[in-house]
Ligand binder design. Structure first.
Ligand code: SF4
Length: 458
């Protein structure tokens, strides 16, 4: 079927095309992040299966990536869609930190202590913790798993600028973190007011300056489009200020208004959100500004400077993706610690309980706190690989994939290829024999193209 001609609505200088009709037709549904999705995990994974998978993970000798979830928060942002435990005082986290240590002890019994912890990320609200608690948590992680001091390690932490000052950054550097991700969202005071999140630009600038001075690498900033009160002018202002701060990485996520699912979002009135045409104009302006400033699109709403390791790895076909997101380091197994944390070890994927009570109860009963899981079949591993390569390379070679798994990938994935027919017709992806190529019109929608390979979600 011939590819439909796509209007080149390409913002100046960027390699991306966005088209209102295509974004509307293909952009619906939740943002697909990787295989297997958390929704595919089921109950019923036995402790024996879990420990067997940990043993297989050891046998692989792969490096490990650790994720630590901190859920406590003294704020009440109206757009919040996080696992959030309201708390005022940092000492409220003490019982949780003890449970985290118990989880580390139970898990580390099954993991080889010689495995390199090449990646570490603290997510949720880690800057809720005191400096002392941060030190203690790093000490415990080091005692249980042996943290790395390699210059190549990628140890990052999410920073809430409202909870952080220059002394926090110096402390984090002393603890071994070498990458920061600042949650900024929007610098316009009216938008900040509309989401109940006040963070003066001067505070963000001060943190960025200090982070650059201290030598943190690949500094990241998270922005969000589609927030209440946002206009193309206001978000242009935010982006111009952000670009002037020169972060190496930027993520540009989209606010997903689901008040039935996330109670905090009841505070946001649907009529205060930018209309669809305004959202498109915001996106168009944002892509132009980022391209003019020299940022390149990696995929999945992530942009980097061209000299950033992620961009270099992508150009060399070496980019990988795990539960912590894109990485320039080789693929590794991933262990998530804490409430709601996801893991992918050997041939299993698991998720911890989503509520603090359930998480703590399992640990208090002496069990690994795994609530849901999935034992991955060869078919799952093949699909996971196809999805990862499409998201990282923006193309997929079915012949190479087939060689890797010893089968005819085109035949085996015929269900996925037929689900891609509409996207192919609309010019989002092109097929040349055994090679699928995401087009400039499809890059912003690569998550939807990748989702076509997920037979469990289809
Ligand atoms: S979005 Fe706001 S309220 Fe929600 S966890 Fe983050 S800081 Fe707390």
């Amino acid at each position: 079927m011939p590819a439909r001609a796509v209007v080149d609505d390409r913002p100046r200088g960027t390699g991306l095309i966005h088209d209102a009709g295509l974004l509307h037709r293909h952009g619906g549904g939740p943002r697909y992040a990787g295989y297997p999705s958390a929704d595919s995990l089921t109950t019923g994974l036995s402790e024996a299966e879990l420990t067997a998978a940990l043993a297989r993970s050891n046998a692989s000798g792969k490096n490990l990536s650790l994720y630590v979830q901190v859920p406590f928060c003294r704020h009440s942002c109206h757009h919040c869609a996080c696992i959030r435990v309201p708390a005022e005082n940092s000492w409220r986290a003490e019982p949780y930190l003890s449970r985290l240590d118990r989880e580390m002890v139970l898990t580390s019994r099954h993991l080889e202590g010689t495995r390199e912890i090449s990646q570490l990320h603290w997510g949720g609200t880690p800057t809720f913790l005191t400096l002392y608690q941060m030190s203690d948590l790093v000490d415990r992680l080091d005692a249980r798993f042996g943290l790395s001091s390699s210059r190549q390690r990628d140890y990052s932490i999410k920073i809430d600028p409202r909870e952080t000052d220059v002394f926090t950054l110096r402390h984090l550097q002393a603890l071994g973190f070498n990458r920061l991700n600042l949650s900024v969202l929007d610098l316009d005071p009216r938008v900040q007011h509309a989401i109940n999140r006040f963070q003066p630009r001067a505070r963000t600038e001060q943190l960025i300056d200090e982070a650059h001075r201290l030598g943190f690498r690949s500094l990241g900033m998270e922005l969000m489009q589609g927030l209440p009160g946002q206009t193309r002018e206001s978000f242009t202002g935010t982006l111009e200020q952000v670009v002037a701060m020169a972060p190496a990485r930027l993520s540009l996520s989209h606010y997903d208004h689901q008040p039935k699912r996330f109670a905090a979002q009841h505070q946001i009135r649907a009529e205060d959100l930018p209309r669809a045409d305004e959202q498109l104009a915001i996106l168009h302006n944002a892509l132009s500004i980022l391209a003019d400033a020299g940022y390149v699109h990696i995929g999945m709403a992530h942009f980097t400077r061209p000299e950033d390791p992620l961009a270099i790895a992508q150009a060399q076909g070496q980019l990988s993706r795990n539960l912590n997101g894109y990485s320039a380091l080789p693929p590794c197994d991933h262990l998530g610690l804490g409430v709601g944390a996801l893991s992918r070890l050997g041939n299993i994927a698991t998720r911890n309980p989503m509520t603090l009570g359930d998480y703590e109860a399992r640990l208090d009963a002496g069990q690994l706190p795994v609530e849901r899981g999935l034992r991955l079949t060869d078919d799952d591993r093949l699909r996971a690989r196809a999805i990862e390569r499409l998201m990282c390379d923006m193309h997929l070679d079915l012949a190479i994939l087939g060689q890797e798994f010893g089968l005819d990938a085109s035949k085996h994935l015929s269900d996925a290829l037929s689900r891609l027919a509409l996207a192919q017709h609309d010019g989002l992806v092109m097929r040349h024999e055994e090679r699928l190529e995401v087009t400039p019109a499809g890059r912003l929608l690569v998550h939807r193209l990748a989702a076509a390979f997920d037979a469990r979600a289809a």
